[in-house]
Design a protein around this ligand. Structure first.
Ligand SMILES: Cc1ncc(COP(=O)(O)O)c(C=O)c1O
Length: 350
């Protein structure tokens, strides 16, 4: 099976997996050992493995692209390596040396490069993951871990593609609180978000906008995206105060926006004030940013049984320009003055 055989329209997101995976083990006494590429296959692990009981689990998400001149590119992979280690420190897991992370990504993607799709909007999603695998019961950091990477050829995150989505603003449930783990990529954050997501979907909205845990008033982030609100020529996004993920796409958009002549502000957005600004038209556009969804326009916010439509539910000019610029750099169509794009190799293996 290779990706060329999968109809791009049927790729979906995270459904298909490639032929191989990278695995490396860790023991407190030995450090990292036995790393290499193996066939994609189920794991054997003890039912007492610590991850299954105490959730020592972290992961990352990044993408590889194939360019028209047959180069294989990844976008800012060193940022993922660094963020994974920040996640590791926060829940007492071992750090993986960045060079091992980056070489594992490179060698695995190049091994399975025939799986990289090339239709517009498609890519090869890369999922590094680390688990506590020591078999024991008791609340303490594990002494044994496994790090692995799997690959999935993907289409757009939302089946509707680059069209505005309606967002449900959750005013009761909480995803993460300051001082907790909301600022790292650990599975528990996502488990805590499922009930809210189900609630949103029952009401007909694909995603939840989370508010702060203490007052339920300040905008945090959407399920797997950071959020931006456009006030004319200025972009506003919540600051990184500890309960939201420091998104790599967020960071890239802040840089691009400034260089494209827009103002950028990282400041608290109080939900009632924000919705007044939507009603008055001061908020002219809104979008989410994330590796999976790239830049995803938000067409409306549903809060306390009332719907607030942004920009007539249309993709705005600023959103479109940022999307074109970012994707242009990611897929190698536009020059990259930032050194963000990392060439993993060439399709002919040279
Ligand atoms: C909770 C959450 N917020 C934001 C993001 C966006 O981060 P990035 O742009 O690094 O993909 C993600 C996705 O990784 C996420 O899971």
């Amino acid at each position: 099976m290779n990706a060329k055989k999968i109809d791009p329209a049927k790729l979906g997101f995270g459904i298909h997996f490639t032929d191989h995976m990278y695995v490396i083990k860790y023991h407190e006494d030995k450090g990292w050992y036995d790393g290499g590429i193996v066939d994609y296959r189920p794991f054997q692990m003890s039912p007492a493995s610590s991850v299954l009981h105490y959730s020592q689990e972290i992961f990352e998400g990044l993408k590889a692209y194939k360019t028209p001149d047959q180069r294989v590119l990844a976008f800012r992979p060193e940022m993922n390596a660094r963020r994974m280690n920040r996640s590791a420190r926060e829940i007492c897991m071992p750090e993986l040396p960045e060079d091992i992370f980056l070489e594992a990504v490179r060698s695995l993607v190049m091994k399975d490069r025939e799986w990289i799709p090339d239709a517009p909007g498609t890519s090869l999603y890369i999922r590094p993951t680390m688990l506590g695998v020591e078999a024991f019961l008791g609340v303490r950091p594990a002494k044994e871990y496994m790090f692995y990477i799997i690959l999935s050829p993907v289409g757009p995150y939302y089946s509707c593609g680059f069209t505005p989505v309606g967002i449900y603003v959750e005013d009761t449930l909480v995803r993460a609180a300051k001082g907790g783990t909301g600022d790292i990529k650990t599975g528990g954050n996502y488990a805590a978000s499922l009930l809210g997501q189900m609630k949103a979907q029952e009401k007909g909205f694909p995603q939840v906008l989370w508010l702060d845990a203490k007052e339920h008033r300040y905008v945090e982030e959407v399920g797997s995206m950071n959020v931006f609100f456009v006030y004319g020529k200025t972009l506003v996004t919540p600051p990184l105060t500890g309960s939201i993920l420091p998104g790599i796409t967020r960071d890239s958009v802040l840089t691009l926006a400034e260089d494209m002549g827009y103002g950028v502000e990282e400041r608290a957005l109080e939900i009632n004030g924000l919705l007044e600004d939507v009603l008055s038209g001061r908020v002219t556009e809104s979008f989410g940013t994330g590796t999976a969804a790239v830049i995803s326009p938000m067409g409306s916010l549903f809060y306390k049984e009332k719907n607030y439509v942004i920009n007539n539910n249309q993709v705005g000019e600023v959103t479109q320009k940022l999307y074109d610029r970012l994707v242009g750099i990611q897929i190698g169509r536009e020059p990259d003055p930032y050194g963000w794009v990392c060439e993993l190799g060439k399709m002919d293996g040279q």
